[in-house]
Design a binder for this molecule. Structure first.
Ligand SMILES: [Zn+2]
Ligand SMILES: [Zn+2]
Length: 222
């Protein structure tokens, strides 16, 4: 599969921009938080449909200082994000008679949420970049068989399950099959092992090892 020119650089740029903003927010709103726990180093698969789409995403928990009310954290978050050019919306909800506030901000396709409330000392930060495809889609090509009928050695027969393919005949050696709604599901024949579950990848079976049931596939042996 061929890389889409510039896609990886664009995703990395969005990821760096997201990290910078999250670090600035966390440092300001929950001083003393361990930024080593902010994991934003590798893009993750956001959508398993072909072509795979990747994004950076992170969830971080900080603690608000005991002297600062939750409402003040939320309004400060909104001010900081607005000043940095983000589109900010704030929503409030009542939870057991206490107020919870969510600040949602968007910029350049990136999204950040800051959640806080009177019921907790936690300030939850989350962020994600948009999901980008890094490679062009490519139709699946079945692998070549590992064994042809002519190459079967004496005392062996071509595997009845895969006819010499060797790879799992259900998924073609990918270990997964296209599936909705998530795009992929683990192959129910090989359970992700990729090779044919009967011949375990060899493409053939020893006649002496065949069970009575398996011999039923080879009437020429009788
Ligand atoms: Zn399979
Ligand atoms: Zn097989």
């Amino acid at each position: 599969m061929s890389e889409i020119p510039g896609a990886r650089a664009e995703l990395n740029r969005l990821g760096r921009s997201l990290r910078e903003q999250l670090v600035a927010l966390i440092t300001d709103l929950t001083p003393g938080a361990d930024l080593g726990l902010l994991f934003l180093d590798d893009p993750l698969v956001a959508d398993w449909h072909d072509p795979l789409r990747y994004h950076f995403s992170a969830l971080f928990r900080g603690e608000r200082p005991a002297t600062v009310p939750a409402a003040e954290i939320a309004s400060r978050a909104a001010v900081l994000l607005d000043a940095a050019g983000w589109d900010v919306t704030t929503s409030e909800a009542q939870q057991d008679g206490k107020r919870a506030t969510m600040v949602l901000a968007r910029r350049d396709g990136n999204a950040i949420r800051v959640g806080t409330g009177d019921h907790t000392s936690a300030v939850m930060f989350s962020g994600r970049t948009p999901a980008l495809a890094l490679r062009a889609p490519k139709p699946f090509q079945w692998p070549e068989p590992v064994l042809t009928p002519e190459a079967v050695t004496p005392g062996h027969v071509l595997c009845y399950e895969c006819d010499g393919l060797g790879w799992c005949p259900s998924c073609g050696g990918r270990g997964w099959r296209p599936s909705e709604p998530h795009g992929r599901a683990r192959c129910s024949e090989c359970f992700g092992k990729k090779v044919c579950p009967i011949c375990r990848g060899g493409g053939d079976l020893a006649v002496s090892d065949l069970s009575d049931y398996q011999r039923g596939y080879y009437p020429e042996l009788e």
